[in-house]
Ligand binder design. Structure first.
Ligand code: NAD
Length: 494
């Protein structure tokens, strides 16, 4: 395939990096370089932030009435809907996830822009009652200014929508930085902002290695808000930089989510949910149900059901409709997963399916990890505590509800959890006892633009999606007006 050179969008212009440097985009299925992406450095970051800052302070964006901003967002949604095939193909080529999944996901993304476009003109302040008879107080919700939006490689455009739709609806401008492992769909998507009629500089997209230019972006004095999706380690680092200047952050980080199956569950549904939680997207989702907590009395029978589905999963070309599992996204990711698998075995976990392996000969030359299941796992093992980000399931036994809750919560993460049971009392009571930002009961991996999403504990801070999300991009101002005819003693506070 002929290599294509992409450009970045800065201040309404399509630019290469000032240094002229590029990095490669490699298709994880066939390991071929298929595109070159600008390798931005501090100079490009500065140009992008400057463009966003000017668009916010002197450009037409902040003077536009909110309904106009909403209309632009809805137009953008329409354009995404018209470009699903192209955008989803780029995502599959970049990160190796199934085209069937990416096309469904990209097809859903317009809803974010419609929903938050609809909220743009519904941001209401309030008149507050006060205890001072000659004073009037009201609050306003104002945008921060320039938002740095940084995304992970596993769902570049969906994660961008989580951030851009509320940030823009709230009146901010944005510098968006996709992952170096999957930048092309975001650069292609950026063209739609021009087509929709967004003023120059309102959305800027820069590409590069986070380790090289990330600090230039998050530490830039004109960036007022950081919205980040990625690993715990990078999240911690960004939090330190942001904290130095008290910048507002929304951080969506990793997870080690438990999928808890009780003996009274509908076992067919639960088995499908467990598989969806860990094998979909080759396990490369932040909400992967990577710990299967299984009640003693159904342990063997349920495990057999899961094994049967996992054994039959077809690895192969992610573009083909009958493929169940594509390659993992990069050689780094492939090596990291294999290291985790070797460590699990060294710790004494029993590998009953898959395991550290060379390329699957039937699946082409891609970076394939076989569906892998470990038993004999105790919750303090590395494999039960660290995020693998691959199709790797650790099975842990429990006796009763109390023990299940203890194991489920015994992790520094708190992104999500699944509960499978037909006992209504348990289904109603257990979600309150699980320390996670999302709990699914008799389902798994469901998200919507309308409902809040975000982590507890080290899985992050802040919420994306739903009405809460727009508040992440607004700061509240309190305004006092005096109606007093004479001013009071200036040395006494009122
Ligand atoms: P990562 O932390 O390596 O990279 C994420 C982004 O941060 C990339 O764009 C990268 O270039 C950038 N980055 C790296 N160093 C930076 C720095 N110093 N300053 C600013 N930006 C920097 O994560 P990844 O490997 O791309 O993604 C996988 C991780 O993301 C997993 O831990 C997964 O759980 C998490 N994730 C979380 C969610 C969620 O919503 N909670 C969703 C998807 C993925």
């Amino acid at each position: 395939m002929r290599t294509q050179d992409y450009k970045m969008l800065i201040g309404g212009e399509w630019l290469s990096a000032e240094s002229g440097e590029y990095f490669q985009s490699i298709n994880p299925y066939n390991q071929e370089e298929w595109a070159r992406v600008p390798r931005a450095d501090a100079a490009d970051v500065n140009a992008a932030v400057k463009a966003a800052h000017e668009a916010f302070t002197i450009g037409p964006w902040s003077k536009m009435i909110p309904s106009e901003r909403g209309a632009l967002l809805r137009k953008l949604g329409d354009l995404i809907a018209q470009n699903v095939k192209e955008l989803a193909t780029l995502e599959t080529r970049d990160n190796g996830k199934l085209y069937a999944e990416m096309s469904a996901q990209v097809g859903y993304i317009p809803q974010w822009y419609y929903y938050f476009g609809g909220l743009a003109d519904k941001i209401e302040g309030m008149v507050h009652p006060t205890d001072k008879p000659d004073m009037f107080n009201y609050s306003r919700h104002e945008p921060y200014g320039v938002v740095a939006a940084i995304t992970a490689w596993n769902s570049p455009l969906l994660l961008a929508a989580y951030k851009l739709a509320p940030a823009l609806a709230a009146g901010n401008t944005v510098v968006l930085k996709p992952s170096e492992h999957a930048s092309c769909s975001t650069l292609q998507f950026a063209r739609l902002f021009e087509q929709a009629g967004f003023p120059a500089g309102v959305v800027n997209v820069i590409t590069g290695y986070g380790s090289e230019m990330g600090d230039d972006l998050t530490g830039h004095p004109q960036v007022s808000k950081i919205s980040f999706t990625g690993s715990e380690a990078t999240g911690r680092h960004i939090n330190e930089i942001a904290g130095g200047d008290f910048k507002s952050t929304t951080l969506e980080l990793g997870g080690k989510s438990p999928n808890i199956v009780f003996a009274d569950a509908n076992l067919d549904n639960a088995a499908n949910g467990v598989i969806a939680g860990i094998l979909a997207a080759s396990g490369q989702t932040c909400v992967a149900g990577s710990r299967l907590l299984l009640q003693d009395s159904i342990y063997d029978a349920f495990l057999e059901r899961v094994m049967t589905i996992a054994r039959d999963a077809k690895l192969g070309d992610p573009m083909l409709p009958d493929t169940n599992i594509g390659p993992v996204a990069s050689k780094d990711q492939y090596d990291k997963i294999n290291r985790c698998l070797e460590m699990a075995m060294a710790e004494g976990a029993n590998c009953i399916l898959g395991g550290p392996a060379d390329k699957n000969p039937e699946a082409g030359q891609g970076l394939f990890i076989q569906p892998t299941i470990f038993t004999n796992v105790s919750n303090n093992m590395h494999i039960a505590q660290e995020e693998v980000f691959g199709p790797v399931l650790s099975v842990i036994r429990f006796k009763d509800e109390k023990e299940a809750i203890e194991i489920a919560n015994d992790t520094r993460y708190g992104l999500a959890a699944g509960i499978w049971s037909q006992n209504m009392k348990r289904c109603l009571e257990l979600p309150a006892k699980i320390k996670a930002g999302t709990v699914w009961v008799n389902t798994y991996r469901v998200v919507s633009y309308m409902t809040p999403f975000g982590g507890y504990k080290v899985s992050g801070t802040g919420k994306e999606n739903g009405i809460e999300a727009i508040k992440q991009y607004l700061q509240m101002k309190s305004v006092w007006l005096s109606t007093a005819e004479t001013s009071s003693n200036p040395f006494l506070i009122r």
